[in-house]
Design a protein around this ligand. Structure first.
Ligand SMILES: Cc1cc2nc3c(=O)[nH]c(=O)nc-3n(C[C@H](O)[C@H](O)[C@H](O)COP(=O)(O)O)c2cc1C
Length: 262
């Protein structure tokens, strides 16, 4: 693939939330999964597992922990990327090696591995003409999802995506300008005027987009949000909801043997 066609692929990315019933051929799925495993990983340990779910009954069970997002049942495939030191720890045991990797740092390493693999899968899927959409509900509901997917200790679902042939055509969404994201050599503090400029287009386009969704528009009015910053913090991602998810994730990390400090 030429740099130009790779660039075209990544610049045309848009999350797909509506899918055709058409099945994804097994050879296509295999290429996507192989691409996922070619991602870099810490020490080449590949401390992650990928759970491929196509069974309609299982997908129906996953609907609630994924907050009833319709793509869970509509997409032919769900991929759940799990931070996983269970497999490696079994191998350590078989080789009489110390049973490390049961702490927070190990969870972070395994999560990074899983997330890098997931983005390789996303790009490979798009190169195959498929659509994807990540689901942040995977981490928010990691405990219930792990239970449904039968995850053992030291395995935590961190990121998931729906996968299938698109049933919608979505134009690429806005992004912050490069100069707002990139710092040369060291971090350069941005002035208030620069921050306003960096977010100006997003404010306009984001507000327009959210007001098009009837449910979200109602919620925006209920909480009295008058700009995009307030929509993000009063309607979409409240302090209360994120405190709850933080507690849920930490409780589950403890349960899954990832929070040992001795
Ligand atoms: C970690 C993560 C979690 C996400 N969770 C959801 C989700 O639960 N539901 C959803 O509809 N989109 C979700 N998305 C998709 C984002 O909304 C989307 O990537 C973003 O709005 C930019 O749009 P684009 O992907 O079309 O460019 C998620 C994306 C990421 C990276």
């Amino acid at each position: 693939m030429s740099p130009a066609s790779f660039h075209e692929l990544v610049l045309s990315h848009a999350s797909i939330r509506s899918y055709q019933e058409r099945k994804v051929p097994e050879d296509v799925l295999q290429r996507i999964l192989l691409a996922a495993t070619r991602a870099s990983s810490s020490g080449n340990m590949q401390a992650y597992s990928i759970i491929v779910t196509t069974n309609p009954t299982l997908k129906a069970k996953l609907l609630k922990p994924h907050f009833h997002q319709s793509m869970v049942t509509d997409a032919p495939i769900l991929l759940t990327f799990c931070a996983d030191f269970y497999r490696m720890r079994q191998w350590l045991q078989l080789n009489e090696a110390p049973l490390n990797f049961d702490n927070f740092m190990s969870f972070m390493i395994a999560s990074i591995d899983a997330i890098l693999a997931s983005q390789n899968a996303a790009l490979a899927a798009e190169a195959e003409g498929l659509g994807i959409c990540y689901m942040g509900t995977t981490l928010a509901s990691c405990g219930p999802i792990a239970q449904i997917l039968n995850c053992p200790p030291n395995v935590v679902p961190v990121v998931g995506m729906s996968l299938g042939y698109a049933n919608e055509s979505v134009p690429p969404r806005d992004r912050l300008p490069l100069h707002g994201i990139v710092h040369r050599e060291t971090y350069r503090h941005q002035t208030a005027a620069e921050i306003s400029e960096i977010y100006r287009d997003k404010e306009e386009q984001g507000l327009k987009r959210y007001l098009q969704h009837a449910d979200l528009k109602k919620r925006i009015e209920e909480v009295g949000a008058t700009n995009l910053a307030q929509i993000y913090t009063k309607a979409k991602y409240t302090r209360e909801s994120h405190l709850k998810y933080s507690r849920d994730v930490f409780d589950f990390l403890k349960e899954q043997n990832f929070l040992n400090f001795d």
